[in-house]
Design a protein around this ligand. Structure first.
Ligand code: PLP
Length: 350
């Protein structure tokens, strides 16, 4: 079976394999529990809460995540938002001007931007009209230099989850890494692929504290993968990529699981209410099923409606220029009162 043949070494760029990583002061001496005098990092010794460099391995945050997700600490890497985590995947596995990635538009725009920044070809394979991966076409498009396949599920901007059968087929047949971006998984009725992480050596799952956890401002992205993959990413990440304030805030939030779940429940309740209300707006032609905290709708004239909503003080996302998304608008589910304002504005411009 192909899975048995999977060899992480054959995917890693040669220069990354040969690289000797930067060793920071906090990497070289880690016994922080002992009452030591720290004169190793040229810090200002006067305490103000952030005068010391942060833990480069974010151990306490990872331990909290490890407990919460039942994933070993060595299988977790944290970044300055998911965007940094995704960028590290390019840097580790994609040789500029030689390798390629596969993305499935309409999807999250950062994969394509990161491919451009890293000088990597992006082989785009459109989703089907039902917004599902076109598995056969993806496998036909893939070649020996296809290193990363990005599956965003639930997908942004369409909102739906990809079928488990398609994802499993891709995991088994694609020869590079399959990156499942689960930024919206906490709003979904589908299970996270984290549960099956140890079944697939080529599976990478990314999550974030930016959406359901309500912490877009602190920038914390999470990558879960085999410890072999995490070791490679760790080697190339900037030494102090997650700052002290972010680590503290994240840890606190992860400790209040009930509060987070409570907010998710409220957002889901609002999502269902909004979904029903949108049906009564005359110029909305289609409301797509969603597993995320936003709803994609097709309207008569997306640009006109977008402008009218701006006039009414409401900012949404016009997705009309995305493939398969002509005349669509993406609406984030807000608080009850925000959603009432949205519906009122939609009615006012009918
Ligand atoms: C919002 C979003 C993210 C989050 O990115 P961060 O850098 O962690 O804020 C990642 N992926 C998708 C698909 C998103 O929509």
């Amino acid at each position: 079976m192909k899975i048995n043949k999977f060899n992480i070494d054959s995917l890693v760029r040669e220069n990354i394999k040969a690289l000797k990583p930067y060793s920071s002061a906090r990497d070289e001496f880690v016994e922080l529990s002992v009452d030591m005098v720290f004169l190793d990092a040229n810090e200002n010794p006067f305490e103000n809460g952030v005068n010391r460099y942060p833990d480069p391995q974010q151990t306490t945050v990872k331990e909290a995540l490890s407990k919460l997700k039942e994933i070993h600490v060595t299988q977790i890497l944290l970044g300055n938002g998911s965007d940094e985590v995704l960028d590290l995947l390019f840097k580790a596995f994609c040789e500029p001007k030689q390798d390629n990635i596969i993305t499935l538009p309409p999807t999250y725009g950062m994969y394509h931007v990161l491919a451009n920044i890293n000088n990597i070809e992006d082989k785009e394979v459109l989703l089907t009209t039902g917004f599902q991966p076109n598995v056969n076409k993806i496998l036909k498009t893939a070649d020996a230099n296809s290193k990363l396949l990005f599956l965003c599920s639930p997908n942004n901007p369409t909102g739906n989850s990809f079928s488990n059968e398609s994802i499993e087929k891709l995991l088994k047949s694609f020869n590079g890494l399959v990156v499942i971006d689960e930024a919206y998984i906490d709003f979904s009725s589908e299970k996270s692929w984290l549960e099956r992480l140890n079944e697939f050596p080529n599976l990478v799952v990314t999550q974030t504290l930016s959406k359901a956890y309500g912490m877009a401002g602190i920038r914390l992205g999470i990558c879960y993968a085999s410890s072999a993959i995490i070791t490679v990413l760790n080697k190339i990440k900037p030494p102090y990529n997650v700052n002290e304030l972010t680590q503290q805030k994240a840890l606190k939030r992860l400790m209040t699981k009930n509060k987070v779940q409570n907010e998710i429940d409220k957002i889901l309740e609002q999502r269902e209410k909004l979904f029903v209300k949108l049906k009564s707006v005359s110029f909305i032609e289609e409301i797509y099923l969603t597993d995320a905290n936003f709803i994609l709708v097709k309207v008569d004239d997306a640009t006109k409606r977008y402008d009218q909503l701006i006039q009414n003080g409401i900012v949404i996302r016009n997705r009309t220029n995305q493939p398969l998304c002509e005349n669509t608008l993406r609406l984030t589910v807000g608080t009850k009162s925000e959603n009432i304002k949205l519906i009122k504005a939609l009615k006012d411009i009918e």
